[in-house]
Design a protein around this ligand. Structure first.
Ligand SMILES: [Zn+2]
Length: 156
């Protein structure tokens, strides 16, 4: 008799733990993971956090000389986004900190452009809202940059 495996595999404790850890650290946050797995399932191959590139981009597509920064809305100041609202206390401290991040982001992106890399910033809130839409944007940008045709299927 054939047995159908319909039951979902339980999340092993170690995976659960590493997910918790990744939410604590700034790198490997869950929206970034969601984007990575969506890109991966579309056959787009990438490397992570290349330390030899300015700003250690989150996702690097060496084949296309293309990098993706996954930015937290608060830390990188997503303009007009509710998640980028300043805390009510220590406003000066936070404003200085965030302004420094934004300056650093601009410098890194400028340096990457000078080195011949194309950069794309995606916001965590956009990934949470519509990861397919973000993948589509990535693919559109790749098309602009590359003659080679990609045939991914970002959305079901
Ligand atoms: Zn946002």
């Amino acid at each position: 008799m054939e047995q159908h495996k319909t039951a979902k595999i339980k999340t092993p404790p170690s995976e659960q733990k590493s997910r918790m850890m990744s939410q604590v650290r700034t790198k490997g946050t869950s929206p970034e993971l969601a984007l990575r797995s969506a890109l991966h399932s579309d056959g787009i191959r990438f490397r992570l956090h290349r330390k030899d590139l300015p700003g250690k981009p989150d996702i690097v597509l060496p084949k296309y000389k293309f990098v993706i920064f996954v930015h937290g809305c608060f830390w990188h100041h997503h303009e007009g986004c509710i998640k980028s609202n300043m805390p009510k206390t220590n406003i000066d401290f936070w404003q200085n900190k965030i302004a420094a991040n934004v300056r650093r982001d601009k410098t890194n992106q400028g340096d990457l452009t000078k080195l011949g890399w194309q950069t794309l910033v995606v916001w965590e809130c956009d990934i949470k809202k519509d990861v397919c839409g973000v993948v589509k944007r990535v693919i559109d940008e790749l098309h602009v940059n590359c003659a080679e045709k990609l045939n991914p299927s970002p959305c079901p």
